[in-house]
Design a protein around this ligand. Sequence first.
Ligand code: ATP
Ligand code: MG
Length: 398
Amino acid sequence: MYNCVICRYHEIATKGNNRGMFERVLAENIRHQLRDLPGLLVRRVNGRVWIGREDRSPLIGEEIRAIRERLPRVCGLASFSFIVMTRVDIGEIRRAAQTLAPEIFAGKGEKPSFRIRARRSNKRFPMRSRDIEIDLVSRIAETPGVPDFVIDLDHADITLGVEVRDEFAALYTESLPGPGGLPTGSNPRVLTLLSGGIDSPVAAYLMMKRGSPTDYISFHSAPYTPPETTDKVIGIARHLNRYQISGKLYLVNLAEFQKEVRDRCEERFRTVLYRRAMMRIAEKIAAGHKCRALATGEALGQVASQTLVNLDVINRAVDMLILRPVIGEDKLDTIATAEKIGTMALSAPQVPDSCTVFAPASPATAAPLRQIEIQESLIPGYGALLEKIVAETETVIP
Ligand code: ATP
Ligand code: MG
């Protein structure tokens, strides 16, 4: 009997002049999620986004299941509710409440606590909120199939919300959570350095949640890393794309550069040298594909390459902005996010990573920039080698 979904957002509401743009992007993302469900309209009306059919006919089971499963992936959405939308008419509101009642009490046990929360923004409607609540409660109590209940205005097991607006009235019981944040696409695109680890998929998601769609770049070292290394990253990128309209994956083979480093540079600096090359390659690919910044899953102090000094030295390899959304996170919180977004299971299998190819036994934790620059000068044609590697990039649409 639900015939509509109301979508709520918080942060967008504070955006003043840009509000229309944020709402448009949010509606576009919702439409994308529901693109295989014909006939459902996604509309912006009075500071809310609505999903429903033109004739307000009830949503069918398949539509309800799809909406429940997919709207929690739409960044920018604070919460959503399935509602029964009626005309602004007390007779219709009563009928809708009585039709809904047996279903909302089903499975809630004996003597559940119940309340009605009415709101009336339509001041021409003759009944006040309190009158609406009293009127509906007595009718619901008499409805066949509704058990005895107690009224509890503070902590009810079941709450029926009623909104009487200018254009229509709405009845609903649950408010389901969305991810919050800003709609993906309301900020420029970034390029996330995606490994098979736990942190970088979370970083990609957090960028989307702040409004930036993301492409991905992943480094492998074939034939020193197996095909599983890239298969794993493709799987992660495909999963992350469920949260945005599109994102490409660029696969880059770093092995040739790593061999040069192995043969010519001091062993303890290898990791930092790899990471600076990764940033430089990523910067070039980002610039060529309209990505305005790089993002990584680096967290301060987590491993040798992520000490403050090494991060600084890595940072100085490029001019482009590098964003590190999990820099200050506790690892357990990052894991909790990875679980929530469904990447944890994909990151869990242990597969060799490009960074661990020819990894030094004891990496430098504070590589001096001057030393690193000298090491880089020992690689003949450093710039040309990176250009060649960029030219051989493979693009995957996950
Ligand atoms: P993650 O869990 O994301 O792999 P990590 O804690 O294992 O992170 P590192 O392996 O040092 O840390 O990598 C730090 C960051 O550098 C990663 O979060 C990712 O953004 C980037 N990175 C590391 N290895 C690769 C790779 N092979 N391809 C692309 N990016 C990488
Ligand atoms: Mg890693």
